[in-house]
Design a protein around this ligand. Structure first.
Ligand SMILES: [Zn+2]
Ligand SMILES: [Zn+2]
Length: 237
């Protein structure tokens, strides 16, 4: 399993918005600028066949119209999008806004499926969708991949909540929100990550959605099981 951190930043800095690419064809979130981020990493967006959305804030899905248009012009038209039920209409809305004359045709030319299940399989991975707590943005989800009985989690945007604890307990690697120095009711912070990393020493926490100040402070702390990735960081398991 290869996991590439395409974006490790928050919206307000030079780092790409939080998203991940697994085995060069599964994306977790598709934020503002994602197609450009992928091109800069020498990855063709059209090679991506699966997109798992955590929630529908712009910094997690606003590049989807560009992906759909690009996909319609490529050979590989296979696309499966995992999200909650309303996601399809949200994607259609921004698709039509971005390309009023060509979005419908582009979308209809794809081999496109939407999946809303809480448990599903992508190739060799058994995946669980798990509810997290992102304040007023409801629902918001994380995902746990099971790969040969190794669990790898993605929290998406979330405050510290019971299901994040469950993910940290279960996972060997947890890609997680750590936007702020102090966590609040929408995002986790260094305080939450310090507690989690102490409580779950067997889990490696790969933080993301970082503000610059958070990145600097966390680097100074040098905590053994917290990894602070740059954009492009690759984990091979
Ligand atoms: Zn969000
Ligand atoms: Zn976000």
């Amino acid at each position: 399993m290869k996991i590439q951190v395409i974006g490790s930043g928050s919206m307000w800095n030079q780092y790409n918005s939080a998203c991940y690419l697994i085995d060069d064809k599964i994306m977790v979130d598709f934020p503002n600028g994602a197609c450009k981020y992928l091109y800069r990493a020498n990855i063709l967006p059209s090679n991506i066949e699966y997109i798992l959305f955590t929630h529908f804030h712009g910094d997690h899905y606003f590049d989807i119209p560009f992906y759909i248009l690009n996909k319609s012009k490529s050979e590989n038209k296979k696309t499966t999008i995992f999200c909650f039920e309303e996601g399809k209409s949200k994607i259609d809305q921004i698709g039509k806004l971005a390309f009023p004359n060509s979005y419908e045709d582009a979308k209809n030319s794809l081999d496109l499926t939407f999946e809303h299940k809480n448990q599903f399989k992508i190739e060799n991975y058994n995946i669980e969708k798990i509810l997290v707590d992102h304040g007023r943005m409801k629902p918001a989800y994380g995902y746990i991949f099971n790969f040969n009985n190794t669990y790898i989690g993605f929290t998406g945007d979330t405050a510290l909540c019971d299901n994040v604890e469950i993910m940290a307990q279960k996972c060997s690697y947890l890609f997680c929100d750590c936007m702020f120095i102090e966590g609040n009711n929408k995002h986790m912070g260094i305080d939450n990550l310090k507690d989690l990393s102490k409580k779950h020493p067997n889990c490696k926490f790969i933080v993301s959605h970082l503000e610059n100040q958070t990145r600097e402070k966390l680097k100074e702390q040098n905590i053994k099981n917290i990894i602070i990735p740059d954009d492009g960081y690759i984990l091979e398991i």
